[in-house]
Design a protein around this ligand. Structure first.
Ligand code: UD1
Length: 307
């Protein structure tokens, strides 16, 4: 089986690549290296196509003979989308449409789309369930729900099998800590190891469902291979709600010393609370988050220290 991963040299994409190789697939990573890195694929038998998802002709060539596509390429930062909505629209919506069109033209059997918990936005009830109406509060949230709608419509109109995974807050090795737009765990870990204080935007009582990247790679494999799920949408998290203050305490335990933090203003466009109901993924995909947050943090620290 041949698989193409857009964003394949990125954080999540490279973990999916590893999982697909374990399953015996031939793997193509399609990445413009804007945030992805060659290094993320080091030691993996993966063909890297250095190109942009907005480039239809390069996509068409790369999709030849591909059976499944994992669409991970995106600008993933909520605050970046607040500041640059036209650019994120272009990559996250137009780019997704290009990927779908190229996949359809090439006769790809199934596309798995990296959607996001950001689509729930202001919907107040917890835990988040897939049947709730999306209420995005950032351009990023709009872009991800639009991508998901495209998946569903393409599955109905053209018969291409398309499945969306609403990732909650994914963390783990190879997540880039060096940008202010990076995921909070990668930033906190990097700062703690340098002996610097973490900055918490808000009171630290906002909550997220942090999920180790290995669980997410497994969910992708299940979403690509289960029969009869075209057009479906699944939450992928651990189903556990962790506040940023809890996270700091947990990180202190794993590190063996407390992590100091400074509190600053709340970030515009942020959602307050987020935790997944993963019942549907459990039932229909057989998904189980085998690595919990604390174990995931320990694995991340081991990776960062060994680097
Ligand atoms: C994250 C993902 C997004 C994904 C979504 C799903 C990243 C960069 N973003 O967005 O792609 O779709 O989860 O739920 O991985 N914070 C601090 N201090 C910092 C950095 C962040 O307090 O130094 C706070 C933020 O204000 C926010 C929380 O930590 O309240 C999480 O922020 P972040 O890691 O950027 O994730 P999301 O915005 O939830």
């Amino acid at each position: 089986m041949k698989a193409l991963i857009t964003g394949g040299a990125g954080f999540i994409g490279s973990h999916i690549a590893q999982r697909l190789l374990e399953a015996g697939c031939e793997v193509v990573a399609y990445d413009n290296l804007s945030s992805g890195k060659r290094d993320n694929l080091k030691g993996l038998d993966v063909e890297l196509v250095e190109a942009d998802i907005r480039d239809r002709s390069r996509l068409d060539v790369a999709m030849a003979g591909v059976d499944m596509v994992f669409h991970e390429a995106a600008i993933v930062s909520v605050p970046y989308s607040v500041e640059h909505p036209e650019q994120t629209h272009d990559v996250n919506i137009a780019g997704t449409l290009h990927v779908l069109q190229a996949a359809r033209k090439a006769g790809v059997r199934r596309v798995v789309f990296a959607c996001s918990a950001a689509v729930y936005g202001e919907e107040p009830s917890l835990p988040k369930r897939e049947v709730m109406a999306p209420e995005p509060v950032s351009p990023y949230g709009i872009e991800k729900i639009t991508g998901e709608y495209y998946m569903q419509v393409f599955s109905k109109l053209y018969g291409i099998e398309a499945v969306s995974l609403r990732y909650f807050n994914v963390f783990g090795p190879r997540q880039d800590p060096r940008s202010p737009y990076s995921g909070v765990i990668s930033i906190f870990v990097e700062r703690a190891l340098r002996g610097e204080r973490a900055t918490v935007f808000g009171d630290g009582l906002q909550s997220r469902d942090f999920v180790y990247v290995g669980n997410v790679a497994e969910a992708n494999w299940l979403a690509a291979t289960k029969a009869g799920i075209s057009g479906r949408v699944y939450n992928i998290g651990c189903g556990v709600r962790t506040t940023l203050n809890d996270l700091l305490a947990m990180l202190g335990r794993v590190l063996g010393h407390p992590v100091d933090a400074t509190y600053a203003a709340t970030r515009t466009g942020d959602i307050r609370d987020s935790v997944a109901d993963i019942g549907r993924a459990r039932e229909e995909l057989g998904y189980e988050p085998r690595v919990d947050v604390e174990e995931g943090l320990a694995r991340l620290l081991e990776f960062v220290r060994g680097r």
